[in-house]
Design a binder for this molecule. Structure first.
Ligand SMILES: C[S@@+](CC[C@H](N)C(=O)[O-])C[C@H]1O[C@@H](n2cnc3c(N)ncnc32)[C@H](O)[C@@H]1O
Length: 397
């Protein structure tokens, strides 16, 4: 009997200890789930605050912020005809730098970006504002300097690595000029903004991925900058300045592209033509199809693009094949690796981007080299919206 009693006592103690261990873990879990919900709420709230903010400014708006294929974006709230206004934002609501009023300094070394980042940083530091509250973290570009060696090596392109180094040096130079106070071009900047290099870098990366340009004006346009990119032939729209009859009120309008947009579909903006290296360095993504992609052959310095891919001399075609065969993996291997990575739960987004870059480059070289492929894997990659389709039924040897 007494043995049984002490067994009960023992079980009781073990249960109490387990309960004590369990309660904090419940607390930790609830506080974690609260944080997740809170972050989600904050994102939802800041989006709706931004919507209210632009509506109060008297903006025209036929779209709303929504969850899309590329994360957050703009969704049409009514059917829009080609060329129809989707959104109109007063110029006074933008954060802008007029390069023509700041001397030649602004154009040298793209200093306008740092000047605009400085303005954005002041807003970020001066507390809550619907626009800055709605900004996402900067995109995962290699210029931020946080890609692993494995991801950088996966690019398999030494020229691109040099370009990334240059972009890193450019960011550091801008930071030195503005934050370290060696050269303060904007006399309005507060002393606080000069002492936060990390925040400045974040602002600079946001500026590099969100600015639109009208002549000499470089602008961050609330709400309009939520539009994700699609090229014009994929339905991307465009923007333009519009003036009231008295010319006193100036707005910036987002217009539907030549396919129009159906209610409920995503509204895209054509960000313009860029090489894949530029997309990665400034925007941290690669467009599904990039007709402006370009590979310069190392020996001849011949530029290969999707528009000259079928007009090349045999000499250049042969050089494409040599370059293609230099890699350790074939195009098919790379596509297979990408599919494998995409199926994983935990993904290295930097490595994935590097692999996409490599696939895109090899696809162009392969098409230019004129090598034949019957690979079903290769065709399926293109059908699923991989890279450029022109001449894509070729494969490296
Ligand atoms: C001007 S912002 C567009 C709005 C952004 N999605 C947001 O949540 O605020 C540009 C950034 O959006 C993302 N983005 C835009 N278009 C994209 C696309 N076609 N594919 C993938 N990401 C895209 C990239 O991170 C890019 O740097």
């Amino acid at each position: 009997m007494s043995g049984l009693g002490s067994l009960y006592q023992y079980v009781g103690i073990v249960l109490s200890v387990l309960l004590l261990l369990w309660i904090p873990s419940i607390n930790a879990w609830t506080s974690y789930s609260h944080q997740v919900v809170a972050r989600h709420d904050l994102r939802e709230t800041s989006a709706s605050c931004l919507q209210d903010f632009v509506d109060q400014l008297g903006s025209v708006r036929h779209c709303e912020i929504g969850s899309t294929k590329y994360g957050r974006g703009l969704v049409a709230t009514k059917d829009l005809e080609p060329g129809e206004t989707i959104l109109r934002i007063p110029l006074s609501a933008t954060i802008q730098i007029d390069a023509s009023q700041n001397g030649d300094d602004m154009k040298l070394d793209d200093s306008w970006a740092a000047a605009l980042a400085n303005k954005l940083m002041e807003r970020l530091q001066s507390g809550s504002c619907p626009y800055v509250d709605s900004l996402p973290p900067p995109p995962p570009t290699p210029a931020r300097g946080d890609w692993s060696t494995q991801a950088l090596e996966a690019l398999e392109d030494s020229d691109f690595l040099q370009e990334i180094e240059q972009a890193i040096r450019w960011r550091n130079r801008q930071c030195e000029r503005y934050v370290m106070g060696r050269l303060c071009l904007d006399e309005d900047s507060s002393s606080a903004t000069q002492k936060n290099p990390q925040l400045f870098m974040e602002a600079l990366d946001l500026v590099s991925s969100r600015t639109i340009r009208c002549g000499d004006k470089f602008m961050l346009v609330p709400f309009l900058d939520m539009a994700n990119h699609a090229s014009q032939d994929q339905g991307g729209g465009y923007y333009q300045l519009e003036y009231s009859p008295s010319l006193q009120d100036v707005t910036i309008a987002l217009k539907a592209g030549n396919r129009g947009v159906q209610a409920g579909n995503e509204v895209f903006l054509d960000y313009g033509d860029r090489r894949n290296e530029e997309w990665l360095i400034y925007y941290g993504f690669l467009p599904d199809r990039n007709t402006a992609e370009c590979v310069t052959l190392p020996e001849s310095q011949q530029r290969i693009t999707w528009s000259n891919v079928h007009m090349l001399d045999d000499l250049y075609r042969a050089e494409c094949r040599v370059l293609l065969n230099k890699g350790d993996t074939t195009l098919t291997d790379d596509i297979r690796s990408l599919k494998h990575i995409e199926a994983l739960e935990e993904r290295d987004s930097h490595f994935e981007l590097a692999l996409k870059y490599r696939i895109s480059r090899k696809s162009l070289l392969s098409a230019a080299g004129g090598t034949k492929s019957s690979s079903a894997l290769f065709s399926s990659f293109f059908e699923e919206g991989g890279q450029n389709v022109a001449g894509s039924s070729t494969e490296q040897e």
